[in-house]
Design a protein around this ligand. Structure first.
Ligand SMILES: *[C@@H]1O[C@H](CO)[C@@H](O)[C@H](O)[C@H]1NC(C)=O
Ligand SMILES: *[C@@H]1O[C@H](CO)[C@@H](O)[C@H](O)[C@H]1NC(C)=O
Ligand SMILES: *[C@@H]1O[C@H](CO)[C@@H](O)[C@H](O)[C@H]1NC(C)=O
Ligand SMILES: *[C@@H]1O[C@H](CO)[C@@H](O)[C@H](O)[C@H]1NC(C)=O
Length: 408
């Protein structure tokens, strides 16, 4: 489930040479696809193929979360008013539906937490309903939400068209597994909940305040070491502000985890997108080693339908520095995933509805050339809630790093 480099890695590298590597893709039109990336014999590029597809994630699959430990893929459904959350076993060639629960709809993201192993419960974020919900795992047809917290705001935020109400956009656990973090795009908050690992109950902590109009969407952790929480940082990507924010994480002796904002940097080198007329929206953020990557949607920096990915380096103190913007080879890159070896990234273009494989230098962190690209199902419409919603390598690290609970 977490970043663990082990003998499994050697086996995977071997398997990749022989068999290619698989990716899972969800598409808003209703299916989950399995793709294979096959490197070419020249070692410079490769080919992507679509192997198979399965239904089972409702009418609007919006997100995929992969759990390595149980080799399960969780899929979330954004259908409004009524939807499903599903789990698939991904040990075979085709994902096999293993569980499904009905939801109140509108799910855009979800994450595992609690239990004895961090896999006891599932949290989901409902953007439209201003809520988060939790479910006990495994999912079954009789599963019901354990808890549903609906948030409110006294007035609209600085970006009234998007900040009309709270809009929780994702839920992730902290590296100690004691807290759930929920970036709320509508309320400009990073909501924090403490986890009761036994019951799955979430208790509200004091949230951290994002910048006015930032619209935080997703977050990712980085630590200068893998032994303690000392120096731990959270980086969030701000969809409305088109920026990334660094947060110092503290674990006080009593009370909840707290976040202190340290910096906010644009997802554009000049501080502004290349065109003032395109409605741009930063989308996704990931860390690999001492590099942070963010995706810009609809900036078309590299030409028509060619948006950008941004690379930052991270100093030992957790300070971000802008390195460069590179071609995402995708339009509306809503999602991307670094493979386990760290030498490739898969980008999911929502509107272009393609998966692009881009080389990544494991030493410099720089993204390189396009290795392969394939179109999946039907393209989306400009700005629409359609097209390709998520991509994840079978052996990537979608779940975050794990650190021991600090001594109190
Ligand atoms: C890989 O690169 C070679 C040489 O540039 C090119 O001829 C070939 O078409 C490429 N293959 C793919 C799948 O892009
Ligand atoms: C995904 O990776 C696991 C190893 O963790 C492997 O057992 C499984 O066969 C893979 N599934 C696919 C569809 O590639
Ligand atoms: C979790 O909830 C149970 C049942 O309410 C309670 O007995 C236990 O003390 C709680 N654990 C923590 C760490 O609060
Ligand atoms: C980060 O990149 C900047 C600009 O390329 C460079 O000046 C700086 O030394 C780098 N910092 C680290 C920690 O690598």
């Amino acid at each position: 489930m977490f970043n663990s480099v082990s003998s499994a890695l050697a086996a995977v590298l071997l398997a990749r040479c022989v068999l290619g590597t698989n990716l899972f893709v969800s598409h808003y039109s209703g299916k989950v696809y399995t793709l294979t990336y096959q490197p070419s014999s020249n070692g410079k590029n490769g080919t992507l193929s679509i192997d198979n597809s399965v239904a089972g994630c409702g009418n609007m699959p919006s997100w995929l979360t992969l759990d390595h430990t149980s080799k399960s893929l969780y899929c979330f459904d954004e259908s409004s008013n009524s939807g499903v959350v599903s789990s698939f076993d991904v040990t075979g060639a085709t994902p096999k539906l293993t569980g499904q629960a009905k939801t109140s709809g509108g799910d855009v993201h979800g994450w595992l937490y609690g239990g004895s192993d961090g896999q006891g419960f599932l949290s989901t974020a409902e953007y439209g309903e201003s809520s988060i919900s939790t479910y006990k795992l495994p999912l079954t047809s009789s599963s019901k939400a354990l808890q549903k917290d609906t948030f409110t705001m006294s007035g609209k935020g600085p970006v009234p068209s998007r900040q009309d109400a709270p809009h929780p956009h994702s839920t992730i656990t902290d590296p100690t597994g004691q807290y759930l973090i929920v970036p709320d795009l509508g309320a400009d908050l990073i909501r924090i909940f403490s986890i009761n690992a036994t019951t799955g109950k979430l208790t509200t902590c004091t949230p951290a305040k994002a910048g006015a109009g930032d619209g935080p969407r997703h977050g990712v952790w980085w630590s200068p070491n893998d032994a303690t929480v000392a120096g731990l940082m959270l980086y969030t990507v701000n969809e409305l502000g088109n920026s990334v924010t660094g947060w110092q994480v503290s674990y006080p002796h009593s009370g909840c985890l707290s976040l202190t904002k340290t910096q906010t940097l644009s997802t554009y080198e000049s501080g502004a997108p290349p065109s003032s007329t395109l409605p741009v929206k930063a989308a996704e953020v990931h860390v690999r080693g001492n590099f942070l990557y963010a995706a810009n949607r609809n900036d078309q920096t590299f030409g028509s339908g060619q948006d950008s990915l941004v690379t930052y380096n991270i100093s030992s103190a957790g300070v971000l520095d802008f390195v460069e913007a590179t071609n995402a080879h995708a339009w509306y890159p809503r999602t991307f995933s670094v493979n386990q070896a760290g030498d490739m990234i898969a980008v999911g273009g929502q509107t272009s509805s393609n998966v692009a494989i881009i080389a990544r230098n494991t030493v410099t962190g720089r993204l390189g050339s396009l290795l392969a690209s394939i179109d999946v199902a039907t393209p989306g419409t400009d700005g629409g809630e359609d097209g390709l919603s998520a991509v994840v390598w079978n052996m990537s690290s979608t779940m975050n790093l794990r650190l021991p609970v600090p001594a109190s």
